[in-house]
Design a protein around this ligand. Structure first.
Ligand code: DSN
Length: 480
């Protein structure tokens, strides 16, 4: 390990020198980003720290290669090495998740979801609808057939989890393309418990009869029973698409198994690769054989040319996730989230759903008399990086919010355990208890400004530094 650390140090040191010879300010910003990431408590639930091997894989000449198409079927010459990379990444993904098919080209989670949506529509075209038009394949359709198909496709329905219940923008939220390309309705959570109510989802699905049901979340602190979601989809003839971007690492690490593992239950499972999965920034679609041909058309249907350097890094990250140590890591993510939640509850803080059983803790900061925006800013001043988030039926809307979303994947990568997460809860409660809402310049109550009691931010920063020093980020990586 020390050999690898010193190799990593000299590799980055030299890389920064090469960059500095062209644009020293970029080399400096890159160096400073490491300093800053090392010095803060990163609790953003969707972030992590990828390994040096993953990071380095992205900085190569694969970046220079165009490779539209699929393995062995490219629209550019000279793609034999890209084929190796893409095939390997897909093989690792299939093996890791037990998926019949993996498409590793999407550049992000939004792109992965777009590929899935369009492939569901394309699949519809190629199913019974071709028969309806008496055509063997889409090329046989006349302009008039297309006109009528376009009208019908543009009239499809999607049912997804509401944003303030923990769903994602791409699950049918109106300002996102998913809320415009589909007629959409949303399912929420039980107003008393904050938990998903499957009977309510079923009732809504029966009434709305969607083509697509989207399950998955970005701010719901609980597990989902995907077998039940599939039952509901089957009852109404819908395609079940699960967006596991947030919890892919917990699926890969076998923390979520059986009914909680989306892959055997969903027709299509989408993900990012950089959150709990700890890979490069990017997306991926896993599919049943039935949907594979339409998923494969992601590029050029909705994607630009594949990023070969990122697909290579996906292959490296997925290989890491197939090692036994990743299961220990994934279990620690979930155990640590419980420790963090217990740390808050024993200090009297209020959590959406009363706790967690995944990697997310959603803290309702209204009991501190603060908005999410005020709490996020006060914590940032104190060296704690979080993001504000709506809580169900949030009176402060999506901009100011009443919640703070916290996640354990990044600090778990640094080696934090139960005691450290308990201390993190103590620090956060201390900052929020000692923060008051501010006023506007006209003296009216403000939802954005805040006042932290003297000395609290500095005291928190030094307590955080003590924790962080015990668990260095990229130990041995020295850029001095
Ligand atoms: N931005 C990601 C998150 O924070 O959850 C999802 O898009």
């Amino acid at each position: 390990m020390s050999d690898l650390s010193s190799l990593t140090s000299s590799a980055y040191q030299q890389a920064l020198e090469v960059i500095a010879s062209v644009e020293p300010r970029i080399a400096e910003a890159t160096r400073q980003e490491l300093v800053d990431q090392r010095a803060s408590l990163k609790l953003i639930a969707s972030e992590n720290y990828a390994s040096p091997a993953v990071l380095m894989t992205m900085g190569t000449w694969f970046s220079d290669k165009y490779a539209e198409g699929t393995v062995g079927h490219r629209f550019y010459a000279g793609c034999q090495n890209v084929d190796t990379v893409e095939a390997l990444a897909a093989e690792h993904a299939r093996e890791l998740f037990g998926a019949p098919y993996a498409y590793v080209q999407p550049h992000s989670g939004i792109d992965a979801n777009l590929v899935a949506f369009w492939s569901i529509l394309a699949h519809r075209v190629e199913g019974p609808w071709l028969e309806k038009f008496g055509a063997k394949n889409v090329n046989d359709l006349s302009e008039a057939d297309w006109e009528s198909l376009r009208a019908e496709l543009g009239n499809q329905r999607l049912l997804g989890m509401a944003l303030d219940a923990g769903g994602h923008l791409t699950h049918g939220f109106r300002p996102n393309i998913s809320g415009k390309m589909f007629h959409q309705q949303q399912y929420g959570t039980d107003p008393e418990t904050g938990l998903l109510d499957y009977d309510a989802v079923r009732a809504k699905a029966k009434e709305f009869k969607p083509l697509v049901i989207v399950a998955g979340y970005s701010a719901y602190p609980r597990r989902v029973n995907f077998a039940k979601m599939r039952e509901i989809a089957d009852e109404v003839g819908a395609t079940l698409m699960v967006d596991m971007a947030h919890f892919a690492g917990l699926v890969a690490g076998k923390v979520f198994t059986g009914d909680e593992d989306p892959v055997p239950h969903a027709h299509l499972t989408t993900t990012t690769t950089h959150k709990s999965l700890r890979g490069p920034r990017g997306g991926m679609v896993l599919a049943t054989e039935e949907y594979a041909p339409s998923v494969d058309r992601g590029c050029p249907m909705v994607l630009g040319g594949p990023l070969s350097h990122v697909m290579a890094a996906k292959a490296v990250a997925l290989a890491e996730a197939r090692q036994p140590g990743f299961r220990t890591y994934a279990q620690s993510i979930a155990d640590n989230a419980k420790s963090l939640a217990e740390g808050f509850l024993k200090r009297g803080a209020k959590l959406v759903t009363g706790g967690t059983d995944n990697h997310i803790v959603l803290l309702d900061v209204s009991s501190f008399g603060l908005t999410g925006r005020q709490a996020e800013s006060a914590l940032l001043d104190s060296g704690v990086v979080t993001n504000r988030n709506s809580v169900p039926a949030d009176p402060n809307g999506a901009w100011y919010t009443s919640g703070i979303r916290l996640g354990t994947p990044a600090l778990t990568t640094r080696g934090f355990g139960h005691d450290e997460f308990d201390k993190v809860a103590e620090l956060i409660v201390d900052v929020l208890t000692n923060t008051e809402p501010g006023t506007t310049s006209a003296g009216a109550p403000s939802r954005a400004t805040y006042v932290i009691a003297d000395g609290v931010a500095d005291k928190t920063k030094s307590a955080a530094a003590e924790l962080l020093d015990k668990h260095p980020l990229y130990p041995g990586l020295d850029l001095a």
